[in-house]
Design a binder for this molecule. Structure first.
Ligand SMILES: Cc1cc2nc3c(=O)[nH]c(=O)nc-3n(C[C@H](O)[C@H](O)[C@H](O)COP(=O)(O)O)c2cc1C
Length: 210
C-alpha cells in the first residue's frame, strides 16, 4: 500500500479547501497536456462494475457554443421568473456561468446502459452509472485545481436541447456542461456565499449515528 506523508495529506486538504466553482475566466487557453492530465485523472475514478460510463466531449464549434449560451440565457430567464420577489434581485445579480469567457467548453455525458462492466452492480440501482460519471467530473475538477486551472459547472440548461445541439451517441445522457480555464482569482469561499445567496454549513461534515 502506498503511504502518503502528512505534508501531502495537509496539501490535499488545502486542495479541497481551494477547489472552487469558477465563473470568471481569463481568456488564455489551458495547455493540452494539462487538460489531458485532468482527463486521465477522471479516467481513474471508481465506477460501478468498472463500467467507466463517462464521456467527456470538447465543444469547440463556435455555432454549437453560441446555441448552448442561448439555451442558458433562456433557462436562466425562466428560473429568474420563478424566484420569489425577495430572492429575484439577488438571483439576477449572480453570475451563474462563464460561457462567454471560458476558453474551453466540456460537455459530460454518461452511458445509460454501458456494455463495459457487464451490468455488475447496476441491476438494483441502475442510476449508479450516472453517479460514477459525476464522480469522474469531481476527479477532473480536483486535478484542474491542482494544476492551477478551474472548472465551472453549468446546469441551468435543458438536457433535451443539449442533446440536439451536441449530438451525443445514442444511449448517452447529458450530465454536465463545464466551463474550463484559468480563474481570474482564487478564494477559499464559494462565490454564492460571498454574494450572500447561501452559506456552507460545517455541521454537514458531521456523522449521523444510529
Ligand atoms: C451538480 C452541480 C451543478 C451546478 N450547477 C451550477 C450552475 O448551473 N451555475 C453555477 O453558477 N454553479 C453551479 N454549480 C456550482 C455550485 O454553485 C457550487 O459548487 C457551490 O456554490 C459551492 O461552491 P464551490 O464549488 O466553489 O465550493 C453546480 C455544482 C454542482 C455540483
Amino acid at each position: 500500500m502506498m503511504e502518503f506523508s502528512s505534508d501531502f495529506q495537509a496539501q490535499l486538504d488545502t486542495l479541497f479547501t481551494w477547489r472552487r466553482d469558477v465563473r470568471h475566466f481569463r481568456p488564455d487557453p489551458v495547455p493540452e497536456v494539462a487538460l489531458g492530465r485532468a482527463l486521465a485523472v477522471a479516467a481513474m475514478t471508481p465506477s460501478v462494475g468498472l463500467s467507466q460510463p463517462w464521456r467527456f466531449m470538447r465543444v469547440e464549434d463556435a455555432g454549437r457554443r453560441a446555441r448552448v449560451r442561448e439555451d442558458f440565457v433562456r433557462c436562466h430567464a425562466e428560473t429568474l421568473g420563478r424566484q420569489t420577489e425577495a430572492d429575484s434581485g439577488l438571483y439576477a445579480r449572480l453570475k451563474l456561468a462563464g460561457l462567454e469567457d471560458a476558453p474551453h467548453h466540456v460537455a459530460v455525458f454518461s452511458v445509460v446502459d454501458p456494455a463495459q462492466g457487464r451490468g455488475l452492480g447496476r441491476q438494483t440501482m441502475p442510476q449508479t452509472a450516472l453517479w460514477s460519471s459525476v464522480m469522474a467530473i469531481h476527479g477532473f475538477w480536483l486535478s484542474a485545481t491542482a494544476q492551477g486551472f478551474g472548472v465551472g459547472w453549468v446546469s441551468i440548461l435543458d438536457p433535451a436541447r443539449m442533446a440536439e445541439i451536441l449530438e451525443p451517441e445514442p444511449g448517452w445522457v447529458f450530465v454536465a456542461y463545464l466551463c474550463v480555464g484559468y480563474p481570474v482569482e482564487g478564494s477559499e469561499t464559494p462565490e454564492l456565499e460571498r454574494l450572500g445567496w447561501e452559506h456552507r454549513r460545517g455541521e454537514r461534515g458531521a456523522w449521523i449515528l444510529r
